[in-house]
Design a protein around this ligand. Sequence first.
Ligand SMILES: Cc1cc2nc3c(=O)[nH]c(=O)nc-3n(C[C@H](O)[C@H](O)[C@H](O)COP(=O)(O)O)c2cc1C
Length: 386
Amino acid sequence: MPVITCIQDLRRLYKRRVPKMFYDYCESGSWTEQTFRENSSDFADIHLRQRVAVDLSDRSTASQMIGQDVAMPVALAPIGMAGMQCADGEIKAARAAEKFGVPSTLSTMSICSLEDVAEATTKPFWFQLYVMRDQDFVRDIIQRARDVKCSALVLTLDLQILGQRHKDLKNGLSAPPKPTFTNIINLATKWRWGLGMLGTRRRSFGNIVGHAKGVSDISSLMEWTSEQFYLHLDWKTVAQIKEMWGGPLILKGINDAQDAKMAVSIGADAIIVSNHGGRQLDGALSSIRTLSAIVDAVGDKIELHLDSGIRSGQDVLKALALGATGTYIGRAYLYGLGAMGEFGVRTALEIIQKELDLTMALCGHRDIKTVDRDILLLPPGFEINR
Ligand SMILES: Cc1cc2nc3c(=O)[nH]c(=O)nc-3n(C[C@H](O)[C@H](O)[C@H](O)COP(=O)(O)O)c2cc1C
């Protein structure tokens, strides 16, 4: 077993253990991947102020996200097809998050279903919704999320049309992979992944197959998803979904102060400043650069969360210092999941928490809730104000 000390170690192990098609699916952005790259490089451009001679006993990373206690303000982001990165991936991720004391978010496009994850966990998790054209399906899945006691609905707003990721097209991405010559050769080298997949019955989209009208197998599913994303999604639809759900609502994919104001007027509980990890609008600003303008516009009116580009506890701290009260990791935990299943997700969370705690301390703070932008040194022109 290699010594794992950082998220990039998990990524390297993940790359060795998971079929290329699914590694590429995770590790890519749309078109030129400019936004995907800048999501991380912009974090690296922010420096930290080192402080000394501060009592560093009794430190805490504990906080709250939408009123729920969290061991640190870091949730697991919704990831489509996580159950293809590792057998029963969504169950393993949710278990790791529950034991660690942070929220996990199940994607509409998950392999394990809402009911699968609820059965395997003991505390409420969050559910991420993509709005589909089939209104019965939308009503039904919201009811299913309520039935299994999900404690927040995360409504994704930045994917009513799909950004193009070149590698997915070239690899012929599908769940499960098609038995082409290239796939078979590659799968033959991923015996650990293959054994896991042989040992589970969950190999397709669990929230959809058997629930959406006319979708009973893979071929009908592909047809259904390709035409199902709801192109007419607008703020009126958001308000309708809010009413239909009736519980805590988090709007995901806000990257502009104007849209943040709309989210406030709708009465959402929180927004996630996010560009979908650089997978949608290539050329969009990184989330961390957008954050300040959104804080200025609505920071005192709604809870602000952030994702896209977080690969360390230092990145989490920078986002909190700039005004977010919660963050999400996507790829950072997916690397762990693909590398080592539930233990890998736990390892990713431990790494992030250790880095968060240590950096907070070296910046002169003992409580994550007291950290503010005073700890940051921003390069000139970093913040965009429109
Ligand atoms: C492989 C992959 C699948 C994703 N699937 C979904 C999804 O089903 N629903 C969603 O709202 N976001 C999805 N996202 C976006 C994440 O929720 C999150 O916004 C993003 O991963 C954050 O960026 P990061 O990976 O750099 O942390 C996905 C991201 C990745 C990498």
